[in-house]
Design a protein around this ligand. Structure first.
Ligand SMILES: [Zn+2]
Length: 423
């Protein structure tokens, strides 16, 4: 562990620390008029036990957008050292200003994540997310500096060069958005690059929803152990949590983040084990403290007991999807990840797929385009159709494509193309 005294803290002192930090956070917000108005008069001293936190109102994405650039920012008097921004598609972006203490905090939680993934000061870490407004590149960088490891800051793109540097500089760790390893594998195949010449041992991937089946394929083909890291611009970037060698859920650093799982429709807090929307409050962030921020991510609390790895930080299930990713087709609700799980169970089927919905000529149609390897049994299409019907009551058309036929997006994968008329 990077900080065993905190990561393995017993539940009781941990909850005392959380309570103290909840009060500090509220005290900080009370001095910011925009927040004070939102909080409806609830003050630090009203929080007597962690459950009292539930009395506070939720914070939504729209409110953060409307607050652009600094409407809900705090600690301006301390001076900001960094700005990061979410890659929103419409309207104002969500901006997160970091004080010096926030940059420190980020480095600390990221260093914990590295150590949970078995990474240490002797490792050589290749950072493939971009260094810019996106939080990926810098987050992995600050964590690596804290750890004292060597960094290869390649940033995004230039996949051939990535492979060359990875091999020649003996990178042992690769960090990336979750579908980027697929690009590495694809380019390696095209260029007949021998993956056996790499010294890679560990991959740390996040920022997209990826299935266990996809993880198994990446691990097999890149010959690494892959870890799932979570976090978002609003919470200060990646580093909210990561899974450990025990692979028993994603540890959330509870002394920095308070998480709740709520019913997405009613907002009611759900008991452990029940799936719902992840709500995050920050306990140590100064520039943009979050109180009960609705992330739209779907997950559940797996356990609050001590993990086999020794950490006591609660564990979440891997993210299943986002409330806004849910597809409704002919009255059936499903998430792209569920389709991915069925596809990747089949031999000869690639990880490149797209779910196309359209309503041309009346009536809704769903087509799954999926690339297959040469020599793949064509009967796989019927099998996918049958399994999707059994699992989700969907009856899509399944079209097998040749490798390389589907368009490759720059950045995050595009899994659903919805061309249905919106009237
Ligand atoms: Zn663990």
């Amino acid at each position: 562990m990077f900080q065993p005294e905190l990561e393995a803290l017993e539940r009781e002192p941990l909850e005392r620390l959380v309570l103290e930090r909840m009060r500090t956070t509220l005290g900080r917000l009370a001095r910011a008029p925009a927040h004070a108005r939102r909080l409806g008069g609830i003050r630090a001293e009203d929080i007597r036990r962690p459950e009292d936190w539930r009395r506070l109102p939720f914070l939504g994405k729209a409110e953060l957008r409307d607050a652009y650039p600094f409407g809900l920012a705090c600690a301006r008097e301390d001076g900001y050292r960094r700005i990061h921004m979410s890659s929103g598609t419409t309207g104002n972006p969500i901006l997160n200003p970091y004080t010096a203490a926030d940059v420190e905090q980020w480095g600390e939680v990221m260093a914990r994540c590295y150590v949970a993934a078995g990474v240490g000061p002797r490792d050589v870490i290749q950072i493939t997310p971009s260094f810019g407004l996106f939080t990926g590149g810098f987050g992995f960088h600050y964590g690596a500096e804290r750890l004292g490891a060597m960094v290869i800051p390649t940033g995004a793109g230039r996949t051939s060069l990535q492979l060359k540097l990875m091999r020649d500089l003996r990178a042992t760790v690769v960090t990336a958005i979750a579908t980027y390893p697929l690009r590495l594998l694809e380019v390696a195949r095209e260029e007949r690059f021998d993956l056996a010449t790499l010294a890679l041992r560990v991959g740390i991937f996040g920022s997209e929803t990826w299935s266990d089946e996809l993880r198994a394929r990446i691990e097999r083909d890149l010959r690494i152990r892959a870890f799932d890291i979570i976090g978002m611009t609003e919470t200060g970037g990646p580093g909210l949590g990561i899974d450990c060698a025990a692979r028993a859920g994603i540890h959330v650093w509870e002394d920095h983040y308070h998480v709740e799982i709520v019913d997405a429709a009613t907002g009611a807090v759900l008991p452990d084990g029940a799936e719902g929307e992840l709500v995050v409050s920050t306990l140590t962030r100064a520039g943009l403290p979050l109180v009960r921020y609705r992330t739209h991510d779907l997950t559940r609390v797996v356990s609050r007991a001590r993990c086999d790895c020794g950490r006591t930080a609660l564990r979440l299930d891997r993210l299943r999807g986002r409330t806004d990713d849910m597809v409704i087709f002919k009255g059936v609700n499903f998430y792209p990840r569920q389709v991915e799980t069925v596809l990747l169970r089949q031999a000869g089927v690639s990880h490149e797929y797209q779910i196309v919905l359209d309503s041309a000529g009346g009536g809704e149609r769903m087509t799954i385009l999926v690339e297959t390897e040469p020599g793949c049994d064509p009967a796989v299409a019927a099998r996918v159709r049958r399994e999707l019907h059994d699992l989700l009551a969907l009856s899509p058309e399944v079209r097998l494509c040749a490798l390389g036929e589907l368009e490759r997006p720059v950045g995050k994968a595009v899994r659903v193309v919805d061309r249905r008329a919106t009237t």
